[in-house]
Design a protein around this ligand. Structure first.
Ligand code: FES
Ligand code: FES
Length: 178
């Protein structure tokens, strides 16, 4: 039998503070507002947003990372909030669909979705829009095929995909002055 070597140590570094399993205070920055929530470390960012902060724009379509309805940004990157622990967002900037408009002024992508009729029931829409804005920043909107690929983590059962793509196309072309 091959020598499997010494067992790997699973001791936590002493600098890591153990928190939980009961409720702990977690400081979060959501849409530019700092909040301290008291929650168990097992609570997902999605549940913290929806149930503790009444930010119900982010939706739960599956809670297992397959539908994209829960897409938000953490430090400007799109993430699935159902697979993100709220406690792991301490010290980071979280942005949700509620943080996209400037007061009463819609974000241009929100307006483009309205103008292109890019939703029906609206349940996937917050996630689609958070993904779409990030997609442009990532530079992944070169062609329709590329848009489809890089938006494929956001499912729409109303099948608004062609209209979602045309909203994204318009924003891309406006950005590049075409
Ligand atoms: S609820 Fe997060 S991916 Fe479906
Ligand atoms: S608009 Fe209904 S699921 Fe996308």
């Amino acid at each position: 039998m091959a020598d499997k070597g010494a067992p790997i140590s699973v001791t936590q570094p002493s600098t890591l503070e153990t928190r939980g399993p009961g409720s702990v205070n977690v400081a979060l920055d959501i849409n530019g507002v700092s909040r301290v929530l008291n929650l168990e470390p097992r609570v997902s960012l999605l549940d913290a947003l929806r149930e503790q902060m009444a930010l119900t724009g982010s939706k739960k379509g599956c809670d297992q990372g397959t539908c994209g309805a829960c897409t938000v940004w953490v430090d400007g990157r799109r993430v699935l909030s159902c697979l993100t622990l709220a406690i792991s967002c301490e010290g980071r900037e979280v942005t949700t669909i509620e943080g996209l408009a400037e007061g009463d002024e819609l974000h241009p992508m929100q307006r483009a979705f309205l103008e292109h009729d890019a939703f029906q029931c609206g349940y996937c829409t917050p996630g689609q829009i958070m993904s779409a804005v990030a997609l442009l920043k990532e530079g992944h909107a070169g062609t329709d095929g590329e848009i489809a690929e890089w938006m494929s983590g956001n499912i729409c059962r109303c099948a608004a995909y062609p209209h979602i793509r045309s909203a994204i196309r318009e924003m891309r072309d406006r950005k590049t002055g075409q």
